[in-house]
Design a protein around this ligand. Sequence first.
Ligand SMILES: Cc1cc2nc3c(=O)[nH]c(=O)nc-3n(C[C@H](O)[C@H](O)[C@H](O)COP(=O)(O)OP(=O)(O)OC[C@H]3O[C@@H](n4cnc5c(N)ncnc54)[C@H](O)[C@@H]3O)c2cc1C
Length: 409
Amino acid sequence: MGTSKANTALLHTGFDAKPGTLEARLVRRGYELLSAYAPQAGIPIAAIGALLVAWDDEQLAAFPRIVAGARANGYDTIRELDVDELYRREPQLGPGARGALEVPDEGIVCPFTTPLAYATEAVLNGCELHRDTRVTGVERRGDGGFDVQTTGETFATRYLVNAAGLRSDELNRLVGHDDFTVTPRRGELIVFDKLSRPLLRHIVLAVPTGTTKGVLVSPTVFGNLILGPTAEDIERKDDTSSTAAGLAYLRREGERILPELLRHEVTAVYVGLRAATEHTDYQITIHAPEGYACVGGIRSTGLTASLGIAEHVRTELEAAGLELRPKPEPVSVSMPNIGELSPRPYEQGGRVVCFCERVTLAEIEAVLRSPIPPVDLDGLRRRTRVLMGRCQGFYCGAHVARLLQERPR
Ligand SMILES: Cc1cc2nc3c(=O)[nH]c(=O)nc-3n(C[C@H](O)[C@H](O)[C@H](O)COP(=O)(O)OP(=O)(O)OC[C@H]3O[C@@H](n4cnc5c(N)ncnc54)[C@H](O)[C@@H]3O)c2cc1C
């Protein structure tokens, strides 16, 4: 329910990460791991490639620096396209582009299924998941380890991993460390109707500046196009409201990048908050003697880097004495497909409940019986895509609400 539910859903190669940082390394590793894991786990994913477009001389002049950075990050497949080839590839781009860098391995991935697959796999393999349970205090025990107080029970643990997203700095302070502060960086995005999808084949990226990767237009695994995100530092960690100024800015950028896009209907607008800090890298620190790992400040690349981060933290905690043995028979997951990249259940028939996203009754019933069933309409949306389509639930909302209410408990 944090930042992982509202991002741009790109699978980054890490070509533009700051060379030498932990983020650069873990994004690259996460890309490899997630690319291999996603097809097994049923997570929609596709390396559709990106074109980073320069719109003026200054941006064009940045290309050698970006290529050198990509090479320093171990990504050599980047190459320059001239203007003719760019418009041959993307004929609907707005006029005035000066050239592009092609990043053929950049991709798109389902932002909802990915964390849900991780959590489901953990639960199926014996992990206890306590939802709606907030950590309120942490006390160090005399024998090492921690008592973790929550809004539910108190948990005694030898090892503690802080992965609290926007609140990772607050939890870090509860444990007695104070080495970074999270400043939420708001990103607003616009989702366009699926009829716009044929306008674009690649992800169209902007030339990054010091603070942001800039506004992009990208296909999604659900068959929409998205435009965004903005980047604005704000104060409140729960302020996921969109702004008139942000949306107007996105529309201006969209008009310039892909003018036809703006003639299409908007399906939805959403806002995500990046866990930005005063540092330019992830704030991952393993306090080995304490058995405490802080996984904070996972800024705008954490969906891609997630498995790389997990592997890194596990390895470091093992070095700190955490004993882990492989399960003799680990259970793997196979998530329901909610993307448009491979066949969906409605194609086999069955009663359709949500006509915009073509969600069947059988799909809804299956997720209501799943290992981590949704408890509200938002959860049901992210698991099935009901209420996420063109009508945003106008037609099926009441029916879907009833199904949720009558779910087996
Ligand atoms: C606009 C935007 C665009 C992005 N685009 C991309 C992209 O294209 N590709 C990409 O790879 N990444 C992208 N990201 C980044 C990515 O979404 C994040 O890095 C990632 O989701 C962070 O995951 P997390 O688990 O660290 O944090 P979260 O998903 O926020 O999870 C933290 C969890 O901790 C919980 N929590 C907080 N405090 C407590 C407490 N006291 N007790 C118990 N639980 C607590 C929260 O409720 C939450 O569930 C984007 C982010 C944004 C905002």
